[in-house]
Design a protein around this ligand. Structure first.
Ligand SMILES: [Zn+2]
Ligand SMILES: [Zn+2]
Length: 465
C-alpha cells in the first residue's frame, strides 16, 4: 500500500509507525516520535490471532525509549499487550482516563485467565503472555488526566502538550490531542458520536489540526435509515416474538460497554412493560465491570448505569458448566454474553451452538463483527445451511433467526467524513479498519479534498507527517 516517504529535512516533523501487523482492526498500536518525545498509543491484542502473533510488532520500539504510553480505552484490541510493552519500557508513564484506570486491570486479569485456559485446552505454550504481578505493577505507573485539561510534559528543554477528549464509544474512551512546537496531531481512538443510553457521544475539540489519525471501522457499512431508537424497539420486539414462540435469544456483546448498554435497554423496556418476563444471563466479566460502572456513575456521572439495573432485571452470570456442558436452561431465556464476535470457546460461541439448530430461537447481533470470525460468518449464513463450530466440534443447520441491529459503538462513515471537514487537517492517517473499509474512506477523502494528504500506512513502515 502507498505511503509517503520520510521528510528528513523538517526537524519538527512527526514520525508515525503503525505497529499493528495487519491493515485491520487487530492489535492496535501507534508509535509516534515528536522531537525528543517517544509516545505509544495503545498496545492491543489481536482478537483473531493467538500467541505472540496476536501482539503488535514491538521489535520496532527500542527498549527504555518510550516516554508515554497513551491508552485510548480498555477494549482488548487496545490494551491486551500493555504488560508486554510495559516490561521493556519501565520508565514510561501510562496516560489514561480515571475510569480506564479502574477498568484496565479487570480486563487484563480476565485476559490472563483466558490465556491460562487456552494454554491447557489448545496447547499454546507461550500463554499466558504476562503475569498477574506484571498487571499489578502497571498501577504504579498510571498518569490519569481529565478530559479537556491540557497537560504539558517536558524533556530536554522541549515541551509536549497532551489533552484527552471524550470519544463516546465506551466508558473511559478518549481521543488524544498532541501539540509539539507548531504541530498538532489528533488520534480519535474508537469513536462514537451519537449518545448512548449509558454514555454521552464524543466531544472532540472544535479546532483545526495538522494531522488527524482516524479509525475507519464502519468504512464499508452503509448507514441505515433506521435510528438507534427504532433499532432498540425492533430488538425488544424480536426478543418478545422469540419468547412467545418458546425460544431463547442470544445477544452476543463485548463485556465492556455493549453489555451494559443492552442491559439498560432491556431494563427500560421491562420498566415500561414492553419486554416479556424471562430469565436473563450475562457474562461474568461484564457483571464484574458493573461495579466500576456503578461507582463511576455515582461519583462522576460520566456514565449512566447503576448495579440496581442488574438486580431489577434479576440478571445472573451464566455459569461456565451450564454452557460448556451444553445444558442451557429449558426455560426460554435471554443471553447477553460475550464475545461480541462469537469468538471460539467464548460463552456466546457455546450458546450460539446450543441455539442455532432450532427455529424457535434467535441470535441478535448488535455490534461490529469481523467477517472472518464465527459471528461474521453467522451473519452471512443462509437459513438451513450447515454451520461448523470448529472447536466443539459440531455441525449445526442454521435454523434460528439471525438478526442484525444497527446499534454500533462506532461512528458511521458519514460522521467520519464530517470530522475531516471539521478538523480540516493537512494529513489524514487511516487506521482501525479492515482493508476495504479503509479503501472506501481513502477514496472518498481523496475525492472530496483534492489538497488533502491521505495515508493508509503500511504496517511497520514509518511515515513523516
Ligand atoms: Zn473499542
Ligand atoms: Zn477497537
Amino acid at each position: 500500500m502507498f505511503s509517503w516517504p520520510l521528510n528528513k529535512k523538517d526537524t519538527t516533523s512527526i514520525q508515525l509507525t503503525d505497529l499493528n501487523r495487519h491493515q485491520d482492526i487487530g492489535a492496535n498500536c501507534l508509535l509516534l516520535k515528536m522531537g525528543p518525545f517517544t509516545v505509544v498509543v495503545d498496545a492491543g491484542l489481536h482478537p483473531k490471532k493467538t500467541g505472540h502473533k496476536s501482539t503488535p510488532d514491538f521489535s520496532k520500539i527500542d527498549d527504555f525509549s518510550v516516554d508515554y504510553i497513551c491508552i485510548t480505552h480498555c477494549h482488548l484490541d487496545h490494551i491486551g499487550s500493555l504488560p508486554i510493552l510495559a516490561r521493556t519500557q519501565p520508565q514510561a508513564k501510562i496516560i489514561l482516563t480515571s475510569p480506564s484506570k479502574e477498568i484496565l486491570p479487570r480486563m487484563l486479569n480476565n485476559s490472563h485467565s483466558v490465556m491460562l485456559r487456552q494454554r491447557e485446552e489448545l496447547g499454546i505454550n507461550e500463554y499466558p503472555l504476562y503475569t498477574r504481578t506484571e498487571i499489578e505493577y502497571l498501577e504504579q505507573r498510571y498518569f490519569p488526566l481529565l478530559f479537556q485539561k491540557p497537560h504539558v510534559f517536558e524533556k530536554n528543554g522541549e515541551k509536549l502538550e497532551i489533552t484527552l477528549y471524550s470519544a463516546g464509544h465506551i466508558l473511559g474512551a478518549c481521543g488524544f490531542l498532541f501539540k509539539y512546537k507548531h504541530r498538532s496531531l489528533f488520534v480519535t481512538g474508537d469513536v462514537l458520536f451519537r449518545n448512548q443510553k449509558t454514555l454521552k457521544g464524543a466531544s472532540f475539540p472544535k479546532i483545526k489540526v495538522d494531522t488527524l489519525v482516524m479509525e475507519t471501522t464502519r468504512g464499508l457499512t452503509e448507514t441505515a435509515d433506521a435510528t438507534a431508537d427504532d433499532e432498540m424497539r425492533r430488538l425488544v420486539d424480536v426478543i418478545n416474538h422469540t419468547l412467545d414462540r418458546g425460544g431463547s435469544c442470544l445477544i452476543p456483546v463485548f463485556a465492556l460497554g455493549r453489555m451494559q448498554e443492552i442491559l439498560f435497554i432491556l431494563h427500560e423496556a421491562r420498566r415500561n412493560k414492553k419486554l416479556k418476563n424471562a430469565p436473563i444471563f450475562c457474562s461474568g466479566l461484564g457483571v464484574s465491570l458493573i461495579e466500576v460502572f456503578d461507582e463511576v456513575s455515582r461519583k462522576t456521572g460520566l456514565v449512566n448505569f447503576h448495579k440496581k439495573i442488574l438486580q431489577d432485571l434479576n440478571a445472573k452470570p451464566l455459569p461456565k458448566e451450564t454452557y460448556e456442558g451444553g445444558t442451557l436452561p429449558d426455560k426460554p431465556s435471554i443471553y447477553v454474553v460475550s464475545s461480541g464476535m462469537v469468538i471460539e470457546n467464548t460463552p456466546s460461541y457455546m450458546v450460539a451452538a446450543a441455539l442455532l439448530g432450532s427455529k424457535q430461537n434467535s441470535i441478535c447481533f448488535v455490534g461490529y463483527c469481523d467477517p472472518e470470525t464465527p459471528g461474521g460468518k453467522l451473519l452471512v449464513c443462509e437459513h438451513n445451511e450447515p454451520f461448523f463450530f470448529e472447536t466443539i466440534p459440531t455441525e449445526i443447520h442454521a435454523r434460528a433467526a439471525i438478526e442484525r441491529f444497527e446499534l454500533s459503538g462506532h461512528a458511521n462513515r458519514e460522521e467520519l467524513l464530517q470530522l475531516v471537514y471539521d478538523m480540516d487537517p493537512r494529513t489524514v492517517v487511516l487506521y482501525h479498519g479492515d482493508e476495504e473499509a479503509r479503501e472506501w474512506v481513502f477514496d472518498e477523502l481523496v475525492d472530496q479534498h483534492p489538497n488533502l494528504q491521505v495515508i493508509n500506512p503500511t504496517p511497520g513502515d514509518p511515515v513523516a507527517l
